[in-house]
Design a binder for this molecule. Sequence first.
Ligand code: PMT
Length: 363
Amino acid sequence: MTPAPSIPRPNHSRASSLERIPTYAPAAASAIDRTVPEPVAAEVLEEQTYFETNIEPSYLPEVRAKLRKFIRFHTERPDPRRIVLVTSGGTTVPLENNTVRFIDNFSAGTRGATSAEEFVDNGYAVVFLHRQFSLLPYSRHYSHTTNCFLDFLAVDSSSGQVVIDSAYQQEMKVVYQQYRKAMDENLILFVPFTTVNQYLFTLKLVSHELEVGAGALALFYLAAAVSDFFVPRSKISEHKIQSGSGGNSLVLDLDPVPKFLKRLVENWAPRAMIVSFKLETDETLLVGKARGALERYSHQLVIGNLLQTRKHTVLFVTKNDAKEYSITEQQEKEGVVIESVIVPKVIDAHSEWITGIQQHQQQ
Ligand code: PMT
């Protein structure tokens, strides 16, 4: 079928409407004080307490079964494939068991979804642990954008059928082919979460399964923005908090979410390479905070980013080094993504890590 001609749209699409106003980015003056020291790393006792006193998501056995199959599919081949766990999006903190209200954060899942595509391009299989309804690899090009997906469509004048507008044919064909390949070759396992509790239980499960099934071939790329505080089971209200019950104010008593990164590095997946992210809004704090995380959790790499510049600049912080990587404004306009710089560098580090583990095992 001949593609429909591109239709000129003088200011009538969502691309030019009020949807473009960035209401998701409020004035920076309201930032919290990030100079406050980070909470300490969780040890064995915190792990036991958390996982014994909070309820495991009922669907976890299903995740375990699918995950095992996925890991076996990629590791039990003549040329075993590396597997990356990409965490993506923000976690919610429900204020009620029958949840009407919850606390959330800004993360849309752009970093995670874009990085997952880059990992697939570079031969990895991806376990994509993501906030449900946040951005997904490939479909991210057409969802959550200020352009409505309907703006990509047109009516073909000869057949009368709805088709892709010719202006987007080429770009969409490329994205579709990449998506098809990833699906047909079983290269991405989508594992969703919404709450911080679901995230933590699933992270622990995936870590154990990757440790057992993939060892050093596993890479952890923790781009999710995990809530720092939550309402534990012992304190959560079963039903909707009534607006009149607390007088004129609602006072929330939140517990800190245990920092399980140390447990992950030392116990859950000790042979895997772990990359964490650090988000700040004040650039004078970024290196110090990233280095602090590296010392606290003893993992291999922290990728620092600033809220304001995260789409074009990142900082790789290792034990001995801090290196900035960025893309230019021109590259950004041409559609280059910073993840196309980040991911190959992370893969190089993973290759070195695998060699190191193999040498260690031979000794
Ligand atoms: O999704 P986008 O809009 O593209 O935004 C991407 C991002 C800015 C959220 C991402 O690049 C990023 O920086 N994520 C980490 C945010 C952060 O500072 O997290 P943290 O300091 O709370 O945690 C440090 C690291 O430990 C993170 O890698 C986090 O995923 C991980 N973590 C934290 C706590 C916890 N309980 N479990 C974890 O795995």
